[in-house]
Design a protein around this ligand. Structure first.
Ligand code: ATP
Length: 331
C-alpha cells in the first residue's frame, strides 16, 4: 500500500492579543493509505480542522512536513490540487441558484466537463431536487450538495470535515454507502466525524488526535484491540455465589467488581484461570467473556473526555493520555 497523505511533526501555534498563545498542533503525525476510508477523530478543539486546513494550504504551519500523493505540500499544491476534493467547514452557496446551476458554475470554473454534474447529483442523491433553489434545501441537502461539489473533479483524495452533519439516519446510511462506493472505485477518503459508531462502520483505519497530538492510529480493529482493557465478564450458575466467588478471585491477585448478575474481572494474564479457581471450590462458571470495547470507549479513554459525574467538562479539558507514536514516515 502507498500513502496518499502523510503528515509528520506538524506544528501550529495561534497567537492572539486577547487569548494569548495556543498550541493547536504539537508535533502531529498522520498517514493515510491509498484506497482507504480513514476516520479522523478528536474532541472539540483538538486540532482536526487546523490539520485539514493546513494540509489544504489554507493555514501556514510553524513546523513539520506534509505530502499529498507523494508530493511535498504546500510547495506542490498547485500540481496536486486538481486531485484533491475537500469540504472543510460548511461551504456557502448562492441561495437563489439551484444545485445544478451551482455545480455547473463550479464545473466551468474548474474546467470540468458538465456531464459530470449529472453524475455527482445522482451519486449524492440530489437528482430529483437538482432544479430547486438551494435556499429551499434542508441542512442535509446542502451537505449533499457540498459533497457533490467536492466530487466534481473525481479526486483521488477526498477530505470531508463532518460530512454527516445535519443528515437524517437515512442520509447517514446513504453517505456511508457513498463513502464505501468511492473507496471501492479507488478514491481515498479522509473524514472527520464525532459520530463514532458511524466511523466504526465506515472506516478502514483511524487517527485519533488529542490536544494537537496523535494518540492512536491504525486499522479500526487494531486500535480497538490494542486499547481494549483485558476485562472479562464472569457469570455463575447461581447469582448468590457471586460475592464468595469474587473473594476467591481477588485472592489470586485479580481485580474484581461485583455487578448485578455477573463479575467484572481484570488484571489476570490467563482468564481461563478463573474457571479453574472457581471449579476447585465448587462454583460453576456459566459464562467467561472478554469485554469488547467499541470506538467510543477507546476514544473517551484516550482523549480523557469521558463524562465525570457532577462535573461539566470544558472544551480544552481533554487529558493527554499515552505517549504520541514514534511518527516515522510510512508507518
Ligand atoms: N484562528 C484561530 N485563532 C486562535 N485560535 C484558534 C484559531 N483556530 C483554532 N484555534 C484554536 O486551536 C485549537 C484547535 O482548533 P480546531 O478548530 O483545529 O479544533 P477541532 O478539532 O477542529 O475542533 P471541533 O471538533 O470543535 O471542530 C482550539 O483550541 C481552537 O480554539
Amino acid at each position: 500500500m502507498s500513502a496518499v497523505l502523510e503528515i509528520q511533526g506538524l506544528e501550529k501555534t495561534y497567537r492572539s492579543r486577547r487569548r494569548g498563545v495556543r498550541k493547536a498542533l504539537d508535533g502531529f503525525d498522520m498517514v493515510v493509505e491509498a484506497g482507504q476510508v480513514h476516520g479522523f477523530l478528536g474532541p472539540n478543539g483538538s486540532g482536526k480542522t487546523t490539520t485539514l486546513r493546513t494540509v489544504l494550504g489554507l493555514i501556514k504551519p510553524h513546523g513539520g512536513r506534509m505530502t499529498i500523493l507523494g508530493r511535498e505540500v504546500p510547495a506542490s499544491l498547485p500540481e496536486v490540487a486538481g486531485q484533491v476534493g475537500a469540504i472543510v467547514e460548511s461551504p456557502q452557496f448562492f441561495p437563489h441558484f439551484s444545485a445544478r446551476d451551482t455545480l455547473s458554475l463550479l464545473a466551468d470554473a474548474g474546467g470540468v466537463d458538465r456531464i459530470r454534474v449529472g453524475e455527482v447529483l445522482e451519486l449524492v442523491g440530489l437528482r430529483d431536487r437538482a432544479k430547486d433553489r438551494v435556499k429551499t434545501y434542508s441542512l442535509g441537502m446542502k451537505q449533499r450538495l457540498a459533497v457533490a461539489s467536492a466530487l466534481l473533479k473525481n479526486p483521488r483524495l477526498l477530505i470531508l470535515d463532518e460530512p454527516a452533519n445535519g443528515l437524517d439516519p437515512g442520509g447517514i446510511r446513504e453517505m456511508r454507502s457513498l463513502m464505501a462506493d468511492l473507496a471501492a472505485s479507488g478514491m481515498t477518503v479522509v473524514l472527520s466525524s464525532h459520530i463514532l459508531g458511524e466511523i466504526q462502520l465506515i472506516c478502514d483505519s483511524v487517527t485519533i488526535i488529542s490536544r494537537g497530538r496523535r494518540v492512536a492510529h491504525g486499522s479500526v480493529a487494531d486500535v480497538l484491540a490494542s486499547n481494549s482493557s483485558s476485562t472479562i465478564r464472569v457469570r455463575l450458575e447461581a447469582v448468590s455465589d457471586l460475592p464468595a466467588a469474587a473473594q476467591l478471585i481477588t485472592g489470586v491477585g485479580a481485580h474484581v467488581s461485583v455487578e448485578n448478575d455477573h463479575l467484572l474481572v481484570s488484571g489476570l494474564d490467563r482468564p481461563a484461570f478463573v474457571t479453574r479457581v472457581l471449579a476447585e471450590r465448587g462454583y460453576w462458571v456459566s459464562e467467561l467473556a472478554p469485554m469488547a470495547a467499541d470506538l467510543e470507549d477507546v476514544f473517551l479513554q484516550l482523549t480523557g473526555t469521558a463524562p465525570v459525574e457532577g462535573a461539566h467538562r470544558q472544551v480544552d479539558q481533554s487529558v493527554a493520555v499515552g505517549a504520541p507514536a514514534a511518527g516515522r514516515w510510512g508507518q
